[in-house]
Design a protein around this ligand. Structure first.
Ligand code: PAF
Length: 292
């Protein structure tokens, strides 16, 4: 274990799983709970809000910081993904120095074999992100399962911005009978509505401002969905972005929240959600909104 020191206060940071497992074992008792927030670093207020929720609901909190290579289908995206470990540990320290930070190497996780396990998520993996990012969810399933084995959390916290990921993690937990409760947390947004994301760091100030259109469009789509068909709403969103040359729409989809199957005809009593993925100057952003 290494410790992050500040004004004689120390925060435990683990670079290897053996020491983390031993430390968790030493602090865990029969009535304690471990809250876990898995991240890929470049922490923003959205991540910190997950940690706050975990701190409020558990006796101990573990945060992992690991840019997982197997979930990137685009090598340039992996290479450019921001890595800011020092700043991240400072932010966690300021939030609460009792949080345990796990920042492993690729080898500590993959032990020489950087490959994904193959999962069956009952079709959740074939929609939206799964269509455009082949292999992505096998990578997510692999790392999340591995981290759960190491941390043995009672509760694990995931942001709803990655709603498909959240459903996939829930499915993985139920299919593998893992003893962990998955908690989906509200999307944290910047003042202009842009969903917080580590990728926002790569946007220029003006791109960040313009990207407000993503959430504004989702809000309007939600309004239109009250009186229009799925097809009409999808066509309207397509036209919005066809008319805006600063954005390259990858997909806009309306799908059943449970199965993620795209909506063709609206079915009464089903909960629908809109999903969007869009490029701004080669930077890929996603967002989602409940249409209920
Ligand atoms: O959402 C993320 O940041 C990642 O997909 C996760 C869950 C930390 C797995 O690498």
């Amino acid at each position: 274990m290494f410790a992050f020191n500040f004004n004689k206060i120390t925060m435990p940071i683990f670079y290897g799983k053996a020491a983390l497992i031993e430390f968790i074992h030493s602090v865990k008792s029969s009535d304690s709970t471990i809250g876990f927030v898995p991240t890929m670093g470049a922490l923003h207020q959205g991540h910190l809000s997950l940690m706050q929720q975990s701190l409020a609901e558990n006796t101990h909190t573990v945060v992992s910081i690991f840019v997982n290579p197997t979930q990137f289908n685009n090598p340039e995206d992996l290479e450019k993904y921001p890595r800011t470990l020092e700043k991240d540990t400072q932010k966690i320290f300021e939030l609460n120095p009792n949080i345990m930070v796990y920042a492993p190497s690729v080898n500590d996780i993959y032990e020489g074999k950087v490959v994904s396990q193959s999962f069956d998520f009952d079709g959740l993996e074939n929609q939206m992100e799964g269509k455009f990012r082949p292999g992505h969810f096998n990578g997510v399933g692999t790392i999340v399962k591995r981290l759960f084995e190491i941390v043995s959390p009672t509760n694990a916290y995931f942001g709803q911005k990655d709603f498909q990921q959240l459903q996939i993690v829930k499915k993985m937990v139920s299919k593998n009978h893992l003893d962990v409760t998955i908690i989906g947390c509200e999307i944290y947004r910047e003042a202009n509505g842009l969903a917080m994301s580590s990728r926002n760091e790569r946007l220029s100030d003006s791109e960040r401002e313009q990207a407000a259109i993503i959430y504004q469009t989702l809000l309007q789509a939600k309004e239109k969905f009250k009186t229009s068909s799925c097809k009409a709403v999808k066509q309207w969103v397509k036209e919005v972005f066809d008319a805006n040359t600063n954005f390259d729409l990858e997909y806009f989809e309306i799908a059943d929240e449970e199965t993620l199957i795209p909506c063709d005809e609206k079915i009464k009593d089903k909960n629908y959600r809109a999903f969007i993925a869009i490029f701004v100057n080669n930077i890929r952003l996603i967002d989602t909104i409940s249409l209920k």
